[in-house]
Design a protein around this ligand. Structure first.
Ligand SMILES: Cc1ncc(COP(=O)(O)O)c(C=O)c1O
Length: 430
């Protein structure tokens, strides 16, 4: 009788046979990059696809297969791969010259649009990535409070140097961290009380994104907002992913006002982007006129492509109406998917347009719950979806983009229905 592991081995064999040009590309890449990789998340066994082109919400790989792209560049591709308004503004920006050696004529407009969107952000500064934004938000908190310790949560991902899966990584920026359990109200209240007078900041994703689309319980996030000030710590909301879930970010949806907020991903209209901002008195630290001010440098912080694309994306394409509609579509999709897999140990978590599949029937509230998922089933799901023309992250992450419509969500539901029918015997029954 064939087992789940046989099925995965078979799926891998078919993947290798179907993707000779992607294999060749990857082998060539291994000559110049460790593991042929410059972005860890993109690697999966036996080798990742090479992507040759994208249009709308579809991508085409090196071997000519076209997929419905439900990964949306891990949330950065919210506008799809070829939004005509963004392409036009980028061409126009290029015509005006690049690397302009000074302030651009649009960065202040973009900053204003960002601050207008997020009630907690009086002032904002741009960076090149979400990682940088979080590093700077932590620096702001440690300088402003004169303290050092940062409370984070297991399973959180705040950037390449702020990885808290498995509690943390040696590559992390060297701050003293205390790692709590996500959504654990009592434990977190205890941890806050235990830090004495060295807690500088609480850094939290309002939904664990990379950690498996685990929504932050509103009561948990409110507890952080209520209790952090009493312990002398600043609350930093990492909304690099979650800001797209509601016109005012998850903070807007919940009516929570963090001291500092970080942004990234889609908000640069598809260009490299990050931002941190918040209370005026805190951000004044970076006012170059302030004699006690701190430097915040970055050659590309205001690069013209990001500034133009970001301003246009935020003001013309990512209107409150467009965001609400997309997130409603995502909620409806998640409900349909969960009804398809109601009898097996498989579930889709998330909020709105961001979803993750988990092969466990345990309720998912924290990283330990995510870890109960069956990795082999998830790998089989990934390869089976590719064979059915659906592209998502190998770890089961999905980020809908604006061009994803009914045809694409129906195709995905049908593919998942097929998977459950064909592979159900390999999945634990509920
Ligand atoms: C919540 C969160 N914060 C920060 C980051 C880091 O952003 P970047 O990849 O732009 O450095 C990410 C990236 O996935 C993220 O999901």
């Amino acid at each position: 009788m064939s087992t789940l592991h046989d099925a995965v081995a078979d799926a891998r064999r078919r993947y290798v046979a179907a993707n000779p040009r992607s294999l060749q590309r990857w082998e060539d890449a291994c000559r110049a990059m460790p593991g042929g990789n410059t972005r860890t998340v993109l690697f999966h066994d036996p080798f990742p696809l090479g992507i040759a082109a994208g249009e709308g919400c579809r991508i085409t790989d090196a071997d000519g297969h076209t997929y419905i792209d439900l990964l949306g560049e891990y949330t950065a591709g919210l506008l799809g791969h070829s939004d005509p308004v963004i392409l036009e503004v980028l061409h126009d920006a290029l015509d005006g010259g690049i690397n302009l050696s000074g302030h651009t004529m649009v960065e202040a407009q973009f900053a204003t649009a960002v601050c207008d969107r997020f009630g907690s952000m009086d002032l904002v500064r741009f960076t090149n990535s979400g990682t940088e934004a979080n590093l700077l938000a932590i620096a702001t908190a440690t300088i402003a409070t004169g303290r050092r310790t940062v409370l984070v949560f297991d399973g959180a991902y705040h950037g390449g140097l702020l990885v808290f899966s498995g509690g943390g990584k040696p590559v992390n920026a060297p701050h003293p961290y205390v790692v709590g359990t996500y959504n654990d109200l009592e434990g977190t209240a205890r941890l806050l009380a235990d830090q004495g007078d060295d807690l500088a900041a609480v850094l939290v994703e309002p939904m664990l994104g990379a950690g498996g689309c685990v929504p932050g319980d509103p009561a948990f996030l409110e507890l952080l907002a209520d209790q952090a000030p009493g312990h002398g710590a600043l609350l930093i909301f990492d909304e690099v992913m979650t800001s797209r879930l509601h016109p005012g970010g998850r903070q807007g949806a919940l009516g929570i006002t963090p001291d500092l907020t970080t942004l990234g991903k889609y908000m640069g209209g598809g260009m490299s982007f990050g931002a941190f901002g918040g209370r005026r008195d805190l951000m004044a630290l970076f006012d170059p006129r302030n004699p006690r001010g701190q430097p915040h440098a970055g050659t590309f912080n205001n690069n013209i492509l990001t500034m133009r694309a970001g301003l246009t994306a935020l003001t013309e394409r990512l209107t409150p109406h467009a965001l609400v509609e997309l997130n409603d579509r995502g909620d409806a999709l998640r409900e349909r998917l969960n009804s398809v897999c109601a009898d097996v140990a498989m579930q889709f978590t998330g909020i709105g347009s961001l979803l993750s599949v988990h092969f466990t029937d345990r309720p998912i509230r924290c990283a330990a719950d995510v870890a109960t998922g069956d990795d082999a089933a998830r790998e089989l799901f990934f390869f089976d979806m590719l064979e059915r023309g659906i592209h998502l992250a190998s770890r089961g992450f999905i980020a809908l983009s604006l061009p994803v419509g009914d045809a694409e969500t129906h195709a995905f539901v049908a593919a998942v229905q097929d998977f459950v029918a064909q592979r159900g015997a390999f999945l634990r029954q509920r």
